[in-house]
Design a protein around this ligand. Structure first.
Ligand code: C5P
Length: 223
């Protein structure tokens, strides 16, 4: 039998990565962080000296970097041209520029193809995969049997993200999340959108373990 696909979308700081990893570990599934792929592409552009806001230059260069994702949820990896960029893609410079790069259709085409290949392999070779991002339920895997839209209040999201990046400036973090959400939701190519057929999970007042348990239960019911 083919493995299951669990698709999770939501805005920045909604808890997608922690949830997706937790579910994958609980059910021995693979794990794919598609945001890390857009960050890797952005890191490479900056590293090459390409202006992230020059859409034509980004489009033209987008086929050059070789991005390789390791899908073990206990130790996910991100490589660009053989270099481990797991830490480099979390810098403020990459975070500031990633929405511009991810709005370029050629970038999305390339990464969505890679994401679909990764999903197909996990379905053949493993029990399935948990995939998280902004367009997984709508574009990458619209036929996934489990589709979830994670949300949380702006305050809860800023709080969580501030702890993650170890800053006390929650207000600045909230402003940065709002800016990125606005860009990601308003772009022409595959904007972040909540659809009717994805289950909305509002997580402001839930612990991570509670959210993971809800998604695991949905996955168990779907197989
Ligand atoms: O999930 P994360 O915050 O790391 O994603 C970084 C950025 O990558 C998002 O702000 C968005 O611009 C882009 N992204 C996307 N489509 C996805 C996942 C992420 O456009 N499926």
């Amino acid at each position: 039998a083919e493995g299951i696909v669990i698709a999770i979308d939501g805005p920045s700081g909604s808890g997608k990565s922690s949830t997706a990893k937790g579910v994958a570990r609980a059910r021995e599934l693979r794990y794919l962080d598609t945001g890390a792929m857009y960050r890797a592409m952005t890191w490479w552009m900056l590293h090459q000296g390409i202006d992230a806001n020059d859409a034509a230059a980004v489009a033209e260069a987008s086929s050059r970097p070789v991005i390789t994702m390791g899908t073990d949820p206990a130790a996910p990896t991100v490589d660009v041209d053989g270099t481990d960029v797991a830490a480099a893609i979390r810098t403020q410079e990459v975070t500031t520029n990633v929405s511009a790069v991810s709005a370029v259709p050629e970038v999305r085409e390339r990464l969505v193809a890679l994401q679909r290949e990764t999903i197909a392999r996990a379905r053949r070779e493993a029990s399935g995969i948990v995939v998280e991002g902004r367009d997984i339920t709508t574009v990458v895997a619209p036929d996934a049997p489990v589709k979830i839209f994670l949300t949380a209040s702006a305050e809860a999201r800023a709080d969580r993200r501030s702890k993650e990046v170890e800053t006390d400036d929650v207000a600045a973090t909230q402003a940065d999340l709002a800016r990125r959400d606005q860009l990601d939701s308003s772009r022409a190519a595959s904007p972040l959108t909540q659809t009717e057929d994805a289950l909305e999970l509002e997580t402001s007042n839930l612990t991570l373990d509670e959210v993971i348990a809800i998604v695991v239960k949905l996955a168990d019911e779907a197989v």
